[in-house]
Design a protein around this ligand. Sequence first.
Ligand code: NI
Length: 171
Amino acid sequence: MARREILIIPDKRLRLVSEPVKTVDAEVRRLIEEMFEVMYEAPGIGLAAIQVGAPKRIVIMDLAKKDEEKQPQVLINPAILWASEEKAAYEEGCLSIPEYYEEVERPARVKVRYLDRDGKEQEIDASGLHATCVQHEIDHLNGVLFIDHLSKLKRDRVIKKFTKAAKRADD
Ligand code: NI
């Protein structure tokens, strides 16, 4: 089977609201494996299922540095239970908006409930880059991109650039 491809803006599918996973079955686990392949190949530190065209509420992450052992994380049907008042700013990027980086301010800490790849309910307290990454990926499940957190001017400029590039590729 061909490797799944990463959707790039302005692909409309990136704006879909993804559906909850009903049962964590073999098909879901297969999708998760394919997502890890794509993410590690890219390479990236986070990926939502919709970025490979599957509108399911699944997020994967691996924040390990190059020389560290892999730390794969799978969050199925993740929900933010709590977010801190305190904010933190990180430079974000997205595999669906290649080679574009901008600083985004988000809650510095979040508590998230999700199902793991065995379908067991789990909770995590995330802070630092982890908190930013979790929020960025959960946004994808709601059709939200990190550029939506920027000024309209900046966002319009990026979308225009990628729309032009997509048109050129079509010609
Ligand atoms: Ni992203």
